[in-house]
Design a protein. Structure first.
Length: 149
């Protein structure tokens, strides 16, 4: 989450939607002894901590009524929204998608379509739960042939 969406040119935004598609920093029981690898891991851990702090800040502001909006992430369990009409996205399947490494090369088209479907579904659940409960139900996934897994 970038701070410019939170406050820009002195104007506070009342509604802030936060989408987190970032990867997680995994535990490493046997970290590399090479100093460059250690420095890279430290930078990743710092970035992860800043992201976690901003996420807690956003969710806290929603809970305290300071802002309206919602947060959703690639590792979210869609069942946590308690939305009976949420799209079917089994947590074990979405966690496989969440483990897709960030890279610059092209994704396999089926994997890309599944990630798009997952993002669409979790965004819909978050918005219909916390922002606009009267929003229309989605007709289905953008790529119905592949689902989320």
């Amino acid at each position: 989450m970038t701070t410019w969406a939170w406050k820009r040119s002195g104007k506070d935004y009342d509604t802030v939607l936060v989408s987190d598609g970032g990867g997680a920093t995994a535990d490493d029981p046997k970290p590399s002894a090479e100093w460059l690898s250690q420095a890279y891991r430290v930078l990743n851990l710092l970035d992860n901590q800043v992201g976690s702090l901003r996420t807690r800040q956003a969710i806290g502001s929603y809970q305290m009524g300071l802002r309206h909006g919602t947060y959703w992430g690639i590792r979210t369990n869609i069942l946590n929204y308690n939305l009976p009409t949420a799209m079917k996205c089994p947590f074990d399947q979405t966690q496989v998608l969440a483990k897709t490494p960030t890279r610059l090369k092209k994704l396999d088209s089926v994997l890309q379509e599944r990630i798009i479907n997952w993002g669409y579904a979790v965004c819909d659940a978050a918005i219909r739960t916390y922002v606009d409960p009267t929003a229309s139900l989605p007709a289905g996934f953008p790529y119905p042939a592949v689902g989320v897994g």
